[in-house]
Ligand binder design. Structure first.
Ligand code: AMP
Ligand code: MG
Length: 419
């Protein structure tokens, strides 16, 4: 596609605006202050492994990565030292907070989690990294949210995220299954409220957008999280390689058509982000073209937000080893063959390129209005609960009341009685 210098300038300006948005400050200063991101200290760090294949971006991203890695390394050392004392204090704080907590909904959960915390926590969490990411709050505390815990803040280094960790959850697989069932009831109720509020043609809607590598568990989210909702109120789309018709339009054309209407829960199984992931990694279009797409996506999502769509973006993050195991299982079990695609091996071979592309997505499109949530997904039970809760937290945030009657109730009761 021909590109004038004018459109390049516009794209650069848009990129600048994006940076500003992500930073959440008024200054569009370049990339040099990347290391002072506020939220990195929650994540345990190891050095990042940007390959710098993509020059401009490599430089900026590597800078963020280096600074963050340095910072989290320091934090890690410090945490190792005072980690235990802190942890004990956190537990005490939590205990006293919990005893005061008379929040009805959460109580059953809190009690259950607390009872068998010690041993199970050890078993479930694979050690210190999770404890470091959870801080002092966990699921069941009134002030805890998965949304905040897993939000991709500026400076997040994907390579530093422990894919087996269960941040903010102190229970195990069994308790998570029970918590998931509890959440399904609330999800069903809130979705009905959402739907009820959309009946008159305006009112909010919610979009749950799920991205992740092959086998990361997107299907499980659809079944176990979205599956608890009323399909009549859901607008679900699984995005595949574009059809000839879709290809004839701009890449956002099919995405726009799939956005939820008022009252609907929109669900994207893959999304517009494939157009800067698989497309970028496989060089399906020139670099100059996909580079512009980050800003285009941000502008698109801003417009969606302005239309009353709450955008909830989730990345299911698995390790390469976990993917290998899951692909192996698909090949071992006849009831899983249908999920296996020989093409998955070719994509798997580009794992590092994909991680670099995901890192770019997080750095460029985790905006204030539509941030990413990076969900460690090597443990399916954790990922499902976390995504469900993130969705619930956003639905709760809409404060959905049942809409008032648009008719006179007494009159209608009388009319009914006369039949
Ligand atoms: P699955 O989700 O396993 O059914 O696979 C869908 C496939 O479609 C994946 O390999 C995606 O990478 C691919 N895909 C989705 N969107 C695009 C796109 N915009 N361009 C090229 N391939 C895509
Ligand atoms: Mg697949």
């Amino acid at each position: 596609m021909a590109k004038t210098s004018k459109s390049k300038k516009a794209a650069d300006r848009a990129d600048e605006a994006v940076e500003t948005l992500v930073r959440g400050t008024g200054t569009a200063a370049a990339t040099s202050d990347a290391g002072d991101a506020a939220s990195d200290d929650a994540k345990p760090g190891t050095a990042s492994k940007g390959t710098g294949k993509d020059k401009d971006q490599g430089t900026a991203e590597q800078e963020i990565a280096r600074d963050t890695a340095k910072k989290s390394k320091n934090d890690k050392g410090k945490k190792a030292k005072d980690g235990k004392a802190k942890d004990d204090k956190a537990k005490d704080d939590k205990a006293s907070k919990k005893s005061k907590d008379d929040d009805k909904g959460k109580k059953a959960k809190g009690t259950r989690d607390k009872k068998d915390k010690g041993a199970k926590r050890e078993a479930a969490l694979d050690g210190a990294s999770s404890a470091a990411t959870t801080g002092s709050l966990a699921f069941g505390d009134p002030d805890f949210t998965f949304s905040e815990t897993l939000r991709a803040e500026r400076g997040l280094v994907l390579a530093d995220v422990d894919t087996r960790a269960t941040p903010g959850y102190e229970g195990d697989k069994k308790s998570a299954a029970m918590d998931l069932v509890e959440g399904q009831t609330e999800l069903s109720d809130l979705q009905e409220r959402l739907w009820a509020n959309g009946k008159d043609g305006d009112g909010p809607s919610v979009l749950l957008l799920v991205q992740g590598m092959d086998t990361s568990g997107k299907g499980g989210i659809m079944r176990h999280v979205v599956g608890a909702t009323d399909p009549g109120g859901v607008k679900y789309t699984a995005f595949k390689a574009p059809t000839p018709e879709e290809r004839a339009h701009d890449f956002l054309w099919r995405i726009d058509r799939a956005l939820p209407d008022p009252g609907q829960l929109g669900v994207f199984d893959r999304s517009q982000y494939e157009d800067v992931l698989v497309v970028r990694v496989n060089e399906l279009i020139p670099r100059s073209e996909w580079m512009r797409r980050y800003a285009q996506i941000n502008a698109f999502e801003r417009a969606a937000l302005a239309r009353g769509i709450t955008v909830v973006k989730v990345m299911l993050h698995i390790s390469s080893d976990e993917q290998k195991a899951r692909l192996g299982e698909r090949l071992d079990r006849p009831d899983k063959y249908y999920k296996y695609n020989p093409g998955d091996i070719a994509e798997r071979a580009r794992w590092d390129d994909y991680m670099e592309a995901y890192q770019a997505v997080l750095a460029k499109t985790s905006t204030k209005g539509a941030p990413w949530h990076v969900v460690p997904a090597d443990r399916k039970w954790y990922a499902r609960l976390a995504v469900q809760q993130i969705l619930l937290e956003h639905l709760r945030g809409l404060d959905l009341e049942w809409p008032a009657a648009t008719f006179d109730v007494a009159t209608e009761q009388e009319r009914l009685a006369q039949t």
